[in-house]
Design a protein around this ligand. Structure first.
Ligand SMILES: CC(C)(COP(=O)(O)OP(=O)(O)OC[C@H]1O[C@@H](n2cnc3c(N)ncnc32)[C@H](O)[C@@H]1OP(=O)(O)O)[C@@H](O)C(=O)NCCC(=O)NCCS
Length: 219
């Protein structure tokens, strides 16, 4: 595969089901048995915090092989002063196309656009392995936390403009689009049934995800 052949373009309505299936293929059995990201994407696109201008896919030979989406979020300091930022995610690449620079290309393209739109901070919750090479740092280094002074190990922060975060403490307020999805709900089961059958099984990455998502930095 020559990376010059990859086309990065905005997602449109005709892509929706293919992108949802891509997310399902990428996340299936990754963080838990099965996954919920295809329904998350489906619901996210109609949420007021969704940012269509940053909704991009990567295409290779007419096939969608990667996708990234963003939504609006806020940081608030201890005096209640608020700052508009973006949350990145999901980011996903079809398993057979992973580790060839497609995720990197999607991030770099959309970081540039987010900066042009006036955003100077991107946050996401994820496995640091996937993001530190893109300039993300631990939330602790930027003094960004959840209410209760919790600095999750998986809360990753990237400044699009160096110095955008000035060291004061910021509380991260994600969009409510980030609410958990109940994979036993009728809504989920009906939506998932629209896609090809896939076997649920345990994978070591699920334990890795548990460790990352339940850890906090305390010193
Ligand atoms: C995570 C994901 C989007 C990365 O996309 P990708 O196209 O495979 O990543 P890239 O090839 O662009 O690699 C980006 C960087 O991450 C690193 N990387 C990618 N996958 C990695 C892995 N499994 N372990 C360690 N490092 C990894 C690469 O070394 C690369 O660093 P570099 O630029 O210094 O070389 C993709 O693997 C995926 O869809 N995974 C399943 C879904 C998922 O977990 N999404 C992220 C949610 S947190």
């Amino acid at each position: 595969m020559n990376n010059n052949d990859i086309i990065i373009r905005r997602e449109n309505e005709n892509d929706y089901r293919e992108v949802e299936n891509l997310a399902r293929e990428a996340f299936w059995n990754q963080n838990c048995e099965g996954c919920h990201e295809h329904l998350f994407i489906h619901k996210m696109r109609s949420h007021p915090d969704f940012i269509p201008e940053l909704d991009f896919i990567a295409e290779l030979d007419g096939k969608i092989v990667g996708a990234v989406m963003y939504c609006k979020a806020k940081l608030a300091d201890e005096k209640g002063c608020e700052k508009d930022i973006v949350t990145m995610g999901p980011l996903c690449v079809l398993p057979e196309y992973q580790r060839r620079g497609i995720g990197k290309a999607l991030l770099e393209h959309t970081f540039g656009l987010a900066g042009d739109m006036g955003y100077d901070v991107v946050i996401n919750f994820g496995n640091p392995d996937n993001y530190v090479a893109r300039g993300y740092k631990s939330c602790k280094k930027y003094n960004v936390c959840f209410e209760g002074d919790i600095f999750p190990a998986a809360l990753l922060v990237k400044e699009l403009n160096s110095g955008a975060l000035d060291g004061r403490k910021w509380f991260y307020h994600p969009s409510d689009v980030d609410a958990p999805i109940d994979t036993d709900s009728q809504e989920f089961l009906e939506f998932d049934a629209l896609f090809p059958h896939k076997e649920k099984r345990w994978k070591p990455s699920q334990e890795e995800f548990y460790i990352h998502s339940h850890s906090a930095i305390t010193w």
